[in-house]
Design a protein around this ligand. Structure first.
Ligand SMILES: Nc1nc2c(ncn2[C@@H]2O[C@H](COP(=O)(O)OP(=O)(O)OP(=O)(O)O)[C@@H](O)[C@H]2O)c(=O)[nH]1
Ligand SMILES: [Mg+2]
Length: 612
């Protein structure tokens, strides 16, 4: 065995928002891979449009810096639990990990999840307590919580002896002792060089595992991964080995390595490095690229199962075809199946209905990001309420359960526990974090979380945060979870008017502005009572020659509640749909006319009576 002393491969893992991408900014800026006058901004690695808008990382990405002649390949990963598949996908490329922990929040459920994956993968950890500049940071406490976490998760004693750094990614400083005055991020680079083992390499014929794919309109599909054995060079012959073991012959096109945000074209790359190569049109993530003389497969990437499902269907609203470029069954199907090539923890299945597909993901956000991406690409379609994926084990129906962590103020404890107990949640831990802040931990079936986010934001006036992470499957428990009141449903097609909307506001909260075109069955607001009611938002005031009073001159409407896509998905019940087009997100009843809905309710009631 040899080592590539000129390389280190690290992955950065943490809970959401603990500062991974900001730390990569600091490493990139201070390693001088950019020109001094180059404008860089913040969160340099969060390049895609949705990442920039939402301020979260969605896809794991590679970059590299040079420090004292050593190339450090860095993989930035997303911290949101819904994108855990991304972490699982890339972890095998690295030999070490930087585990970031926020100096105020301390370890969170996702911190534990990613650390477990990293330790299981045999990665050498470096712990980084980040955001030490924060006012109420509680470093000593966080430190001891991290120790507890390692005691729980370490697979061997060596792992308990981890190097620890105190960092402010935002200010670009790292120090080795608490309270030390820092000046730059160099102690982190030093720590990586000293503690992360250089890649161990085997001499012999080429073997590379594909961990990511990219596309280029000229170069075609680009396979990204780590070379485990041998060398790779343009025009070499190679084979790709797919999941079913089939072998395809190819010629390597171009070979690139990483530096900063660029890919550098190289004449040759060797084992231990992370490269991007072209020339493999049909290749997938998890496939092995190998030499034709000795085609040996590497273990495939192990990714967790999805927990939430929803249907994606062809748009059946009366406005279908008006706003999207792609909306046919064939286009929708092709797009969804294409997503499987890169979105490893996603599943797509045909259903009994030819124009509806079942899509399964790791959480509501995982699916919402796909919906938003497709919408921006010009697709229009409709999606159902998400549902937890149940499964039968030894003849028993099982359902997913999640650990829910809520950081809130003590004044909301009562209302939150009440809301959550009706959703079958169990309080497992409650800790006072000081300053009137508390951390509540619940175990809750995934189905209880569906539709919870909106009411959570309202109940805590947007002052609290919630995070959930998959725990495992447990026997299914009966219970209804929806606590939402009825919908205000448009009674006819037309254009909503102030007068009609004002009447609707007498019943509840409205979601649309005057001038919005509506169709019968479209949801235009939330009733204050449990039942749905039809409202005529297109109603005009009868014209008379006599003005009754000055109050008639202008009606003041309460501004409508505008929902984001995620809120819309969270809002709907199982007899409702979200209609998604590049221009609009509409909510609707599945059955559009009042007559259809009345008949369905009647049949449902009759069904209950018959079975009794
Ligand atoms: N005060 C302070 N804020 C920081 C520091 N590092 C990051 N932040 C802030 O924390 C927020 C989240 O930072 P990101 O770098 O996007 O966090 P992340 O871990 O990449 O988040 P995800 O990729 O979405 O999981 C941003 O508003 C940063 O400005 C730090 O050292 N100090
Ligand atoms: Mg990030």
């Amino acid at each position: 065995m040899n080592y590539r002393k000129d390389i280190r491969n690290i992955v950065i893992v943490a809970h959401v928002d603990h500062g991974k991408t900001t730390l990569v900014d600091a490493m990139l800026k201070q390693s001088k891979v950019f020109r001094d006058n180059q404008k860089l901004g913040e969160l340099i690695m969060d390049q895609n449009e949705l990442e920039r808008e939402k301020g979260v990382t969605i896809l794991a990405k590679n970059t590299a810096v040079l420090y004292r002649g050593v190339k450090i390949n860095i993989i930035d990963t997303p911290g949101h639990a819904d994108f855990s598949g991304e972490v699982e996908r890339v972890i095998s490329m690295a030999d070490g990990c930087l585990l970031l922990v926020d100096s105020v929040e301390g370890p969170m459920p996702q911190t534990k999840f990613v650390l477990r994956r990293a330790l299981e993968g045999g990665l050498k950890p470096i712990v980084v307590i980040n955001k030490i500049d924060r006012q109420n940071s509680r470093i000593a406490e966080v430190n001891s919580l991290i120790q507890d976490l390692f005691l729980e998760l370490a697979t061997n004693a060596d792992q308990l002896d981890y190097p620890l750094l105190y960092v402010s990614a935002k200010e670009g400083i790292a120090v080795t002792e608490e309270g030390m005055q820092g000046k730059d991020i160099m102690p982190l680079f030093e720590c990586i060089l000293k503690n992360i083992p250089p890649p161990q390499i085997e001499n012999g014929p080429l073997q590379m595992l594909v961990s990511n794919l990219d596309y280029d309109s000229h170069k075609g599909r680009i396979a990204i991964g780590r070379i485990w054995r041998g060398k790779i060079a343009p025009h070499d012959s190679a084979v790709s080995i797919s999941a079913d073991g089939s072998i395809t012959n190819c010629e390597i096109g171009e070979v690139f390595t990483y530096l900063g945000l660029k890919r550098l074209k190289v004449e040759e790359a060797e084992a231990g490095d992370i490269v991007a190569v072209t020339g493999f049109e049909g290749i997938n993530i998890g496939d092995t690229i190998s030499s034709p003389e000795q085609p040996e497969v590497l273990p495939r990437i192990d990714v967790g199962e999805p927990t939430v499902e929803m249907t994606f269907g062809v748009n059946t609203s009366p406005f279908a075809g008006n706003e999207g470029c792609f909306g046919t069954t064939r286009q929708l199907r092709a797009r969804l199946y294409k997503e499987l090539e890169t979105n490893l923890s996603l599943r797509v299945q045909d259903t009994d209905s030819s124009d509806t597909f079942m899509v399964r993901g790791r959480g509501e956000l995982h699916l919402a990001i796909l919906i938003e991406t497709m919408r921006r690409e010009g697709y229009e379609f409709e999606v159902s309420q998400p549902a937890a994926i149940t499964k039968v084990v030894d003849g028993k129906l099982m359902e997913p359960v999640e650990a829910l962590t809520i950081d809130t103020s003590d004044k909301y404890i009562g209302v939150l526990t009440e809301m959550l107990s009706s959703r079958q949640a169990q309080l497992v831990d409650m800790r006072n974090e000081g300053y009137g802040n508390v951390r509540l931990e619940f175990h809750i079936p995934t189905k209880g979380l569906i539709g919870f986010r909106n009411s959570f934001i309202v109940a805590t006036r947007g002052e609290s945060t919630m995070n959930s992470i998959f725990l495992g499957y447990r026997p299914w428990c009966k219970g209804t979870t929806s606590t939402r009141s009825g919908a205000l449903v448009a009674a006819e097609r037309g254009v909503a008017l102030t007068y009609g909307l004002n009447n609707a506001q007498g019943r509840g909260v409205t979601f649309i502005e005057p001038g919005t075109t509506v169709y019968e069955g479209m949801i235009v607001g939330l009733n204050s009572r449990p039942q749905d009611i039809a409202v005529n938002v297109c109603k005009e005031k009868k014209k008379t020659n006599v003005r009754a009073s000055t109050s008639d001159i202008s009606i003041k409407l309460t501004p409508p509640v505008k929902m984001s896509l995620e809120q819309a998905i969270d809002f709907i019940n199982n007899d409702e749909l979200v209609e998604v087009t590049p221009e609009n997100i509409r909510l609707r009843k599945k059955l559009l006319t009042q007559a259809q809905r009345a008949r369905s309710t009647f049949n449902a009631l009759r069904g209950v009576r018959v079975t009794k």
